[in-house]
Design a protein around this ligand. Structure first.
Ligand code: PGA
Length: 272
């Protein structure tokens, strides 16, 4: 029995406001054909959560055009301060004012291209959780790290940064507010998906870390998503792994048809 499932689209710097409206209009008209009754029921019962993270400029278009679709809107990048002189950033109160209550943190493109260190990721993750957001915290190793057998050491370092002993307050967020996304850097946007065995091994490692530090209840309540070249063809074998509780999907979440296939696969995996 799956512990719950989250399918999240990470649009990165794609889909302007007009493209976002087109996307949601198409998703709305295809919804009842593509999403089965059991999947729709799982969504309404809260066992399957669906989210899309557009560029901030497209938030309003997303919110305005999704209508009654049960798709939450999330932020790709959020500063931990509430307001102030932080050039180019947006804050949690700005998001919640327009009904957004999910943010990603620690994405490898933020770490790689915008210099976000483990310390920045730690501060943002805990800062946003403390402001009531649900946070999808991303972590994962590079190809060089995997090839030199450092995968577990890297995951441990990244987990420690957010959930280490220093973070007395982190345990309270292991009730579903903190979601972990394992995204091997070598799999992102490359078409090189981790095999189900590789994904399961990393997810098992992450869940064991949480269990050892915070107990089995926290480990069972924390969803661990896989990300990295997920598509409608490979998602089912990944979601069938016992410790994979959903997917964070970039490229394949951009097209309505493909996105809806991912959602339906999430619903089908819950029935496993
Ligand atoms: P991808 O991106 O699905 O295009 O590999 C995933 C991500 O970066 O979250």
């Amino acid at each position: 029995m799956k512990r719950g499932m989250l399918i999240a689209g990470n649009w990165k710097m794609n889909h302007s406001p007009s493209k976002t409206e087109e996307f949601f209009q198409a998703v709305g008209s295809l919804w009842n054909d593509k999403i089965s009754a059991p999947t729709q029921e799982a969504i309404s019962q809260g066992r399957l959560q669906i989210c899309v993270c557009p560029p901030a400029l497209s938030f309003h278009a997303a919110i305005g055009s999704r209508g009654n679709l049960p798709i939450e809107i999330g932020s790709q990048n959020t500063h931990l301060e509430k307001a102030g002189a932080f050039h180019g950033e947006i804050s949690a109160p700005m998001l919640t004012e327009i009904g957004i209550r999910i943010s990603l943190t620690g994405h490898s493109e933020r770490r790689q291209y915008f210099g976000e260190s483990d310390e920045v990721v730690r501060q943002r993750t805990l800062g946003l959780l403390n402001q009531g957001l649900q946070v999808i915290f991303c972590l994962g190793e590079t190809l060089a790290e995997r090839k030199t057998n450092q995968t577990e050491a890297v995951l441990l370092r990244q987990l420690e940064s957010v959930l280490g002993s220093r973070e007395q307050g982190a345990a309270q967020f292991l009730d579903g507010s903190l979601v972990v996304a394992y995204e091997p850097v070598w799999a992102i946007g490359t078409g090189l998906t981790a095999s189900p065995e590789q994904a399961e091994a990393a997810h098992r490692f992450i869940r064991s870390f949480i269990e050892e530090r915070f107990g089995s209840q926290a480990a069972e309540k924390t969803l661990i998503l896989y990300g990295g070249s997920v598509n409608p063809e490979n998602i089912s074998s990944l979601l069938a792994c016992p410790d994979v509780d959903g997917a964070l999907v970039g490229g394949a979440s951009l097209k309505p048809d493909s996105f809806l296939s991912l959602v339906e696969a999430g619903g089908n995996a819950l029935a496993l």
